[in-house]
Write a protein that binds this ligand. Structure first.
Ligand SMILES: NC(=O)c1ccc[n+]([C@@H]2O[C@H](COP(=O)([O-])OP(=O)(O)OC[C@H]3O[C@@H](n4cnc5c(N)ncnc54)[C@H](O)[C@@H]3O)[C@@H](O)[C@H]2O)c1
Length: 552
């Protein structure tokens, strides 16, 4: 059976068949010969996702002091129906990730079409040519319950399999740099023995050159800079691996301005990543209870946070929005929780805050459905069959990444409650979490399993025209701080909707002037952490009464 991979623009690409692999190997062999003659190092980047595609571009863009390219990158990606399209896209010089950063698209175009330092492939044979392998494949954490991360496990099989394949192909002197966020202990206690044993089978006596250095990339406006112009932590399994990883990172990253932190052991680099993201998840989770406090006691948490932020010791306090999504924060702490028992063999349970923070963050979005229900009820409209428009599908502003976004949960819960959902997002072409919910993010891993009545969501499409999306809705949910939503004029929104609507602000998007105007237009407004809206509503009502008394 011929299999296809569908790109976000709807183009189909036939998956490679057995006879294609030989031709592809010959293509790579010729390219590598040419590139070696030019004195370039061959770097294979495994996994061309949100991290790997851009990291591969940054490496391919590297030049020496004379401005000459020093690396040739072979981006290697599994030819799965979900991801194969990225290979032909990249080979045309197109970016498989969409972002606000104006550097991403020209960088990939430049490296593929002008400098000719970047190609993409589907064959693991590429690993045979590597001087350096950079591993950017995913390591998931599978949750078995909504809001209980303890009932779950790290999905190690895919990673172990990839390491096995690498070990069978790479030259013994190649540096293998794991950038994947892994359960602490993985590099030394899982990857190292796998590679060592495979090397022995291949008759190689030398120690594998294995290192860990986690990514801090931030998809968004500073996507490329968050790799090239940012601090890195790294560590190798032996002194030579450490020397090689330091050399490699110093060549591709601006380490003069952003010096490397070299730790003694890879488990320390792995733990640094997990603690860094658990810290972030925790400071977000802790505000959930204060968000509810604010809503119930007339407090605007946005203003409270801004007041606290001016204090330099507290300037990283952040409002949590409708849930904490993205690929990393919902899972990274769990990888540490899991490693404690399943890699290191401890039986006791030392973790209280880290799993709790993830559980709070994973369920925060459900409260948005309650606010929407209550706002509609105040307008005398039942939630069942209400038409609701969600503004923003991605997990953070100005990116097209929908993974584990709070918006997904909002849609799922409101659908369960009977609402008809529409969604608008200027950055998201396809919301695969719905359109392909039987197989995305993996078969039987969709969050749909925690809700009822989800089948119709396969038909949910991302609207591109905001005016059309607004037409005839009962409620609008401002879910993401995309720049397109920050200055929307209430009069225009209500005009396009065709009358007063319920407005839910999940992210401090509306200022008081706009909130007041929505009330004046007959709308109902509610917001996460925004208890002061009731005060504005009362003022508007009082003004109306006064105007009435004055015969206005
Ligand atoms: N996305 C972020 O913002 C971010 C930030 C920092 C760190 N990280 C970490 O970086 C890692 C990668 O994340 P991502 O967001 O790029 O994930 P992703 O799912 O977008 O990309 C992973 C890619 O690897 C490919 N892949 C899987 N198995 C493979 C194999 N055996 N051979 C070749 N390719 C394979 C997948 O098809 C996919 O394209 C994760 O550990 C993540 O936690 C991500």
């Amino acid at each position: 059976m011929v299999e296809y991979s569908l790109s976000p623009t709807g183009e189909t690409f036939k998956l490679p068949e057995a006879e294609d692999y030989q031709k592809e190997l010959i293509r790579l062999q010729e390219l590598v010969k040419e590139q070696r003659a030019l004195g370039r190092e061959i770097v294979v980047v495994m996994g061309l996702g949100f991290v790997g595609a851009v990291m591969a571009g940054v490496i391919a863009d590297t030049v020496d002091q004379g401005g000459r390219p020093t690396k040739f990158v072979i981006g290697m990606q599994r030819p799965s129906p979900r991801s194969f399209w990225k290979i032909p896209w990249l080979n045309r010089g197109l970016s498989p990730v969409s972002s606000e950063d104006p550097e991403v698209v020209p960088m990939i175009h430049r490296c593929v079409n002008e400098k000719k330092t970047f190609t993409a492939t589907y064959t693991y044979e590429a690993l045979k040519f590597a001087d350096v392998v950079v591993v950017d494949i995913q390591c998931d954490y599978i949750k078995e319950a909504l809001g209980n991360v303890r009932e779950g496990r790290a999905d190690m099989e895919a990673l172990e399999e990839s390491i096995e394949i690498m070990a069978e192909h790479v030259p013994p002197e190649a540096l293998i740099l794991i950038e994947t966020t892994v359960a602490p202990g993985t590099t030394e206690q899982i990857a190292y023995p796998i590679i060592k044993k495979a090397f022995r089978r291949r008759g190689i006596q030398s120690d594998p050159l294995l290192a860990h250095s986690f990514e801090r990339v931030m998809p968004g406006r500073n996507y490329v800079a968050s790799i090239r112009e940012f601090w890195r932590v790294c560590s190798g399994v032996n002194p030579e691996a450490t020397r090689r990883v330091v050399k490699f990172l110093s060549e591709i990253i601006n380490t003069e301005r952003y010096p490397l932190t070299v730790l003694d052991r890879p488990i320390e680099s792995e733990t640094a990543k997990i603690v860094e993201n658990s810290f972030r998840a925790t400071i977000l989770a802790f505000l959930d209870e204060w968000s509810l406090f604010a809503e119930r006691n007339g407090v605007d948490l946005i203003k409270v946070i801004n007041a606290i932020k001016v204090r330099p010791t507290h300037n990283n306090i952040i409002f949590p929005g409708p849930g904490i999504g993205g690929y990393c924060l919902p899972k990274d702490g769990a990888l540490g929780y899991w490693a404690y028992r399943h890699i290191h063999g401890w039986e006791d349970d030392i973790f209280k805050i880290t799993p709790l923070a993830i559980d709070i963050n994973d369920t925060r979005a459900l409260h948005v459905a309650q606010l929407t229900r209550d706002a509609l009820r105040n307008m005398g409209r039942p939630i069942a069959a209400a038409e609701i428009l969600l503004l923003g599908a991605s997990y953070r502003e100005d990116v097209g990444d929908t993974r584990y976004s709070g918006s997904e949960l909002i849609v799922r819960r409101l659908t369960e409650m009977g609402a008809e959902m529409r969604v608008h997002d200027p950055y998201v072409l396809k919301w695969w979490e719905f359109e392909k919910q039987d197989e995305y993010p993996a078969s039987s891993q969709s969050l749909k399993r925690f809700f009822r009545g989800q089948e119709k969501l396969k038909e949910l499409r991302v609207e591109k025209d905001l005016g059309e999306a607004l037409s005839g809705v009962d409620a609008v949910i401002f879910a993401v701080r995309h720049k397109h939503y920050l200055n929307l004029d209430p009069d225009e929104v209500v005009r396009q909707a065709g009358g007063p609507i319920a407005v839910i602000d999940c992210f401090g998007i509306l200022d008081d002037k706009r909130i007041r105007r929505y009330f004046e237009l007959g709308c109902e407004v509610k917001g996460l952490g925004r208890g002061h809206v009731k005060r504005i509503k009362d003022q508007v009502r009082m003004n109306r009464i006064k105007e009435g008394e004055n015969g206005g």
